[in-house]
Design a protein around this ligand. Structure first.
Ligand code: 5GP
Ligand code: ZN
Length: 118
């Protein structure tokens, strides 16, 4: 079990101190439904170790990142959104609108999402 960072909502979800609709969990990560979904399917993929955002990733995290990205495919398949397409997003810092300073990948799909970059 990772050390719980006080006041980090995702650490609290990982520690089961705060409930969430968990769709997948293993030793390295947890995936749960976003409380304020921005698409029909909106899952957050969260490493159990508290890493604030992409800037804090180190070489030692490479296997963890690979694990999470590959699990995204499995979860997308399990939830039936793989064939129709999905988006994986990481918000980093203020200008990106990052609200929770514990790195997470948004997995969005289940409907047309529109283009982000034109
Ligand atoms: P960010 O803006 O940091 O990239 O994304 C944070 C996401 O976490 C938001 O989409 C927000 O709805 C979600 N979120 C914030 N607090 C909670 C919570 O307590 N439970 C769940 N399931 N999602 C949360
Ligand atoms: Zn945390």
């Amino acid at each position: 079990m990772s050390k719980v960072i006080e006041d980090c909502i995702f650490c609290k979800i990982i520690a089961k101190e705060v409930p969430a609709e968990i769709v997948y969990e293993d030793d390295l990560m947890i995936a749960f439904k976003d409380i304020n979904p921005q698409a029909k399917v909106h899952i957050l993929l969260v490493p159990k170790v508290h890493i604030p955002n992409n800037l804090y990733l180190e070489g030692s995290h490479k296997p963890l990142i690979g694990h999470i990205i590959l699990k995204a495919n499995e979860i997308a398949k399990k939830l039936g959104i793989a064939e129709t397409g999905f988006r994986l997003i990481v918000n980093n810092g203020t200008d990106a609108g990052q609200e929770v300073p514990h790195i997470h990948w948004h997995l969005l799909g289940g409907e047309p999402l529109g283009r982000l970059i034109c």
